[in-house]
Design a protein around this ligand. Structure first.
Ligand SMILES: O=P(O)(O)OC[C@H]1O[C@H](O)[C@H](O)[C@@H](O)[C@@H]1O
Length: 548
């Protein structure tokens, strides 16, 4: 038995969950006209309405008690202070230093990291200006207008998804393409459309060892050389972002073309480092800075607001409430904004790679659920497919709805429809529809009593399904920065409560190692097939197909 599940706070929450079983949110709203105001927080351009949750004041106090018991504030302060909180990799987790506008130093093992951070930001700003002005030219004297960004995981999702989300703020005059997968179809399709003389390649890999990124870069280099460029011309067309300067230089990237990052920046937290260069190239450097400023504002809020008024803390506690006391196994994100459609995929890596863990502290086997499955897509599309399961399925799926109140070039008719669908869904999930209401609706439809009763059962909606609604004045770079930092800190708080190390990812490593072993066997047909019978048979089939 784990100490967490045996703790007084945990037990209190178990009894509180039992106490509200059988109660319905619909009645809580009827009984308490202040409910929507009571469970609402405004911070950093984001308004959170969390009144449509299975909570009351006592439950929120119980959850805050759990956060205190698990020393969330102490752990938070340790993160900001640069302590080695990623203990399995012996590193700090200091993405917050990359957006530190306080003017104060940030120390890692006795060294202030801010001078290097600021110097790299200057280098980024300067480079972006040279690309946008056309003063950085390719080897034939043409400006570089096609930017191919190669990277995967955290070196891909943040840059791509945040660039997409800020489409109304794009700098015109460049095209930015992202390639992640080692599947050759993608890089082939992208390069097929491009003029190598006008192409800039941004290769992003913190470790500089990731197979997909190395191979896609080699393929691109080959394409560049075959198209007429020479080895010497590469310096004008290929840049890279990495913490492994040695490997990058060995690979052939000119030293002045390397934008550094550091081992205290986790891959999934790296868009604030030079990994965010594609965002700056897409938006212009000032807009990229605004993204960082928004994240800094959320950092300040996270550090200063009392727990019960603290956006990331409250969202984290609600998540723990459903995961551990209601058996919820997934959490759905529903951005009602087309440009934010990639956000669920971004949070998927952030949350699932951070908290998908089974060891607490040094070596304690966990006996409670940790991170949920994160999924979702843009509204209203999901309403016409998977929302059915959220409304009437037997599994509890808490939801985060998101909507900007204003959008650039707003078409009021479309936006009003989008908003009404968003609000209508949260309402339907909360209130549901009783059997009596469904039965009454079927009056005068010419149905037999049996048929009417049966149909009314099918049309009954349980309701009482929890959701948060996040509204933004508008999704400008600053608000998006705050939103991403909000989810980062939410994940951090949950990791702190569950006692896991949210900053390593050993599960991912095993797949990489085994994948490389298999590659050797595929490439060398003479290698004995000494793996398990299933994997051997798969390799055999692949080898045979190659021979045909
Ligand atoms: O930036 P890289 O070192 O190439 O790593 C890219 C990605 O690869 C790994 O598999 C990790 O799970 C991710 O956290 C990381 O973002």
């Amino acid at each position: 038995m784990n100490s967490l599940t045996q703790s007084p706070c945990w037990k209190t929450l178990q009894s509180l969950a039992a106490e509200i079983s059988g109660q319905h949110m619909r009645h809580w709203f009827e009984q308490d006209p202040q409910r929507a105001e009571r469970f609402n927080i405004d911070a950093c351009g984001i308004n959170l309405d969390y009144s449509k949750n299975l909570i009351n004041q006592q439950i929120m106090e119980g959850l805050t008690g759990l956060a205190n018991q698990q020393q969330v504030e102490t752990k938070r302060d340790a993160m900001f202070a640069g302590e080695i909180i990623n203990h399995t990799e012996e590193r700090a987790a200091l993405h917050t230093a990359l957006r530190n506008f306080s003017g104060q130093p940030v120390m890692v093992e006795g060294v202030d990291v801010m001078p290097e951070v600021l110097a790299t930001q200057d280098k980024m700003g300067d480079f972006v200006k040279r690309i946008h002005s056309g003063s950085h030219k390719g080897y034939t004297g043409k400006p570089l207008k096609e930017i191919v960004c190669i990277g995967i995981g955290g070196s891909f999702l943040g840059p791509k998804i945040m660039s997409e989300a800020l489409k109304p703020y794009w700098h015109q005059g460049v095209n930015v393409h992202f390639v992640a997968n080692v599947d050759g179809c993608h890089i082939h399709d992208v390069l097929a459309t491009l003029d190598h003389e006008q192409t800039l390649v941004v290769m992003s890999s913190k470790s500089f060892t990731t197979q997909e990124t190395l191979q896609n870069t080699l393929t691109t280099k080959d394409w560049f050389l075959k198209a007429g460029g020479t080895q010497q011309d590469i310096a004008k067309h290929f840049i890279c972002v990495s913490s492994n300067i040695e490997a990058a230089t060995e690979f052939g990237i000119a030293e002045e073309n390397i934008f550094p990052m550091w081992d205290w920046v986790g891959g999934r937290y790296s868009l604030w480092s030079a990994i965010g260069l594609p965002i700056a190239l897409r938006l212009g450097y000032e807009n990229y800075r605004a993204l960082l400023e928004g994240a800094y504002e959320m950092d300040c809020h996270f550090k200063q607001a009392p727990l019960e008024q603290n956006l990331p803390v409250v969202m984290a506690l609600l998540g723990v409430w459903y995961t551990n006391f209601f058996g919820a196994q997934s959490h759905v994100l529903l951005p009602y904004y087309h440009y934010l459609r990639g956000f669920p995929a971004y949070v998927q890596q952030l949350d699932m790679e951070s908290n998908g863990k089974c060891i607490a502290g040094d070596k304690e086997q966990i006996d409670y659920a940790t991170g949920p499955v994160i999924w979702g897509s843009e509204g209203t599309n999901g309403q016409h497919s998977f929302h059915q399961l959220i409304h009437q399925g037997k599994v509890l799926i808490p939801a985060d709805f998101m909507l900007p109140l204003k959008v650039e070039n707003q078409n009021d008719t479309h936006h009003a429809m989008l908003a009404s669908n968003c609000f209508g869904q949260t309402q339907a999930l909360m209130q549901g529809k009783t059997f009596d209401e469904a039965y009454a609706d079927l009056d005068g439809k010419g149905l037999s009593d049996d048929k009417r009763e049966s149909l009314a059962h099918h049309k009954t909606m349980p309701g009482n399904k929890p959701s948060n609604t996040l509204l933004f004045e508008q999704l400008d770079p600053k608000t998006l920065g705050a939103l991403v930092a909000l989810y980062e800190h939410k994940v951090f708080v949950q990791g702190a409560i569950w006692g896991v190390n949210s900053f390593d990812q050993w599960g991912v490593e095993l797949g990489k190692v085994l994948g490389n072993q298999v590659l050797d066997k595929i490439r060398n047909a003479d290698e004995p097939l000494d793996l398990d019978a299933s994997t051997n048979a798969l390799i055999k089939r692949f080898r045979q197909a190659l021979k045909k």
